[in-house]
Design a protein around this ligand. Sequence first.
Ligand SMILES: [Zn+2]
Length: 677
Amino acid sequence: MPLSVLLGLALLAAGRPADRPFTELPYTPGLDPSAMDGTVDPCLDFYAYACGGWQRRNPIPPDQPGWSVYGKTATENRQFLWGLLERAAAKPGAERTPEERKVGAYFASCMDQQVVERAGARPLRDDLAAIDRLARTEDLARLLGRLHLSVDAGMLFGFGSEQSFEDSEQVVTWVTAGGLGLPDRDQYLAEGARARALRKAYRAHVARMLRLSGLDAGAAAGGAETVMRLETALARASLTRVEKRDPRNLWHRTPAADLARATPSFRWGDYLEAATAPKAEWLNVSEPAFLAEADRLLGSEPLAAWKVYLRWHLVRSRAPYLSRRFQEASFDFYGRELRGAKEIQPRWKRCVAWVDRDLGEALGRIFAERVFPPAVKADAERMVRLVQAAMRDRIDRLDWMGPETRKAAQAKLAAMRNKIGYPDRWRDYGALEIRNGDFAGNVERSLAFETRRQLGKIGKPVDRGEWGMTPPTVNAYYNASMNDMNFPAGVLLPPLWDPRLDLAPGYGNTGATVGHELVHGFDDEGRRFDARGNLHDWWTEADAAEFEKRARCISDQYAAYPVVDDVKINSKLTLGEDIADLAGLLLAWDAWKAATAGQVLEPRDGLTPEQRFFVGNAQWACANERPEDLRVRALTDPHSPPRWRVNGLMANVPEFASAFACRPGPPMVRDAVCKVW
Ligand SMILES: [Zn+2]
């Protein structure tokens, strides 16, 4: 036996135990003393004090770009969902609910790697042939309309529906920028050796995928150059992420006739018909300059260039669902090169994630029934009410805001809704056909089902009960057009919200998450929307200037913090999150005080209740990171790195300094604290 095979076997034997489905969610306490590092002075580096033990005990798994409390919790949820899916698949047909049947069949088709392998590149065949058959650039619109049903926004531009910024009761058509295979437009344009090396690796990857799609080596290499040329031009015409933070930059009400005039090379009528999109008198073009450039390229680039561009994006978008050589090629660039992961995720993990994406409310319903009892929901609702009350008091007490703006702020807060755990009405997947043994087809039909669902909303009243995240998701969001906060069950379970413990860590952790989402309604971006979710300026000039001044304090503070190499935080990109972190923690503190008013709180684990509040807060953020992933996130992630989401935050909170008796001064106590809300 060759040595390499022996070594492989030895590694397998000594490696991690094989994954298995969970029958229960594992329990991790909401404040874990062993995750701390007591040798660190909390007044010098609170993040290391609260998370040092966690960081030592939780090396990054080889299949992950980074590792964190949120990431670990999400992975455990997936492993539990895996168990639910296997049981759903094993039930006798008659006992299965329609949801169980559908998610079970989808999952089984995904896990059947042999069938996927045998299919090879066949699932691409028809679409590749359609691309090859294109005879004129004018015909591209019709083909693109059909491909957009089941290919993501990476192909030339994005197309979908969103609420109108002028009248949030209306859902309207949105045409957005897109067309790039790299995560950020700056990656095409940046100077320097690292940026050039990334582009070289990207070009090689595009060539490799074109080769896999059936082109010969010469055509693939030439095709990669073409793709790079087109995408670089599109990147140059795209807004930066910071520019996109101002919603006024994204709203351009455009009559359909004007759009047709501005983009003469593109046949919108054909496109809309093929995409099965309703015709509308006007739509929103989020980035007119981008669309103008796309049209200019359509008019000036030869048809052959567009064929290879479409081919690349088709293969890029479908590769994860094809046979191993496609999956691995895709992982080699997007997972390994770009994010630093060492191995591809095991099949079960990817399959569960795809069920969650494509049938998320069918699967999430089973999840919520198992792990999210009404009592937990009621607790969370109480906490949200206390956080909202804390914001009401805070707006009343604000010393920099005049009466007019204050009244509008209170109206916005009063109108803000919240959604907890899971939807009141579950999404109906009845029209989505899932076939046994046809994984690629199931994915395509699911993506098209979702696109049609989105397009079907155009011109209809808004569904206020709709969720943008599935119940097992370990995350939360605020939606400015809806003016609502959304907390999936997954973010309201241990170790984030732990009913077994005292309230201090839970309010520090999840209470601050609730406060964070609420404050997104009042950050640099959210403050531009009013109580009804319309883009409407409710600020007096003087109050807006006061807000800007306070926000600048935060962006100046975070701009000094390093991310990786010599890259610092792009604090104009992270401003909204940094504002939300700070005010969110202050709200959680007030809410915790209200929730425990009149009670005598005891120390636990050697920590005072106040210290437990802050350690509980910090422990949501414990993480280990790879430099590759940090480099991408420095460009794309609106959140500051975890270390600064804790240390930068605490340095502005006097209650933290007094809880740990920190002396005034850096690093953990700022001489003059920043404070917006
Ligand atoms: Zn946020």
